[in-house]
Design a protein around this ligand. Structure first.
Ligand SMILES: Cc1cc2nc3c(=O)[nH]c(=O)nc-3n(C[C@H](O)[C@H](O)[C@H](O)COP(=O)(O)O)c2cc1C
Length: 165
């Protein structure tokens, strides 16, 4: 599927809103899948981009901090949609979620992170990362989300491939 940014952005937002989104990360031979609900799509540095928000405490963060890329996978069929929940309630530190969910992975077409078959997949190359700054965030939001100081790191990825297979 050729990437059409504006067509894809509607699917992206709707899937995110419904919790039908996975962040796939890889470091060395370790691969992990985490459910995500926060993020956005747009343009940065003139590049079509996806930004994901990953808290420091996540195993996904451990993998991502040493990586140059990530995949956002959005399941298309109902069976895979169910499996997403497993990835939002278990940590890759304790369980191999790819195996537990029965995901079939395929080598990334452009990047060195696998994608999940049966999903709308966005392959992203990390351009920039930034931790939420406690001094700069609105106080109410800080109290809602960061009382425990478990801040999100925002990963800005350039979308380098989109496919649905
Ligand atoms: C609907 C939903 C959305 C979530 N969105 C995010 C998110 O955007 N960023 C994040 O850091 N954690 C998010 N989480 C929490 C992680 O998915 C969860 O803590 C997961 O077990 C972490 O996996 P990991 O330790 O293997 O990385 C979300 C959880 C749910 C249920």
């Amino acid at each position: 599927m050729e990437f059409n940014f504006f067509e894809g952005s509607t699917d992206f937002i709707n899937n995110l809103r419904k919790g039908n989104a996975l962040l796939i990360t890889k470091s060395d031979d370790k691969v992990n899948a985490m459910q995500i609900g926060w993020g956005y799509m747009g343009y940065m540095w003139r590049k079509p981009s996806i930004v994901v928000a990953v808290r420091h405490s996540r195993y996904s963060y451990e993998l991502l901090r040493n990586s140059e890329a990530f995949v956002v996978s959005m399941p298309v069929n109902d069976e895979l949609k169910e499996a997403v929940k497993i990835c939002g309630s278990n940590s890759g530190r304790d369980v191999n979620k790819i195996e537990k969910c029965g995901f079939v992975t395929e080598k990334g077409k452009i990047i060195d992170v696998p994608y999940i078959k049966g999903c709308l997949n966005y392959e992203c190359r990390i351009m920039y990362k930034q931790t939420i700054d406690s001094e700069l965030i609105d106080e109410e939001l800080h109290n809602l989300s960061y009382k425990d100081n478990d801040y999100h790191v925002m990963f800005y990825g350039e979308i380098v491939a989109v496919h649905n297979n």
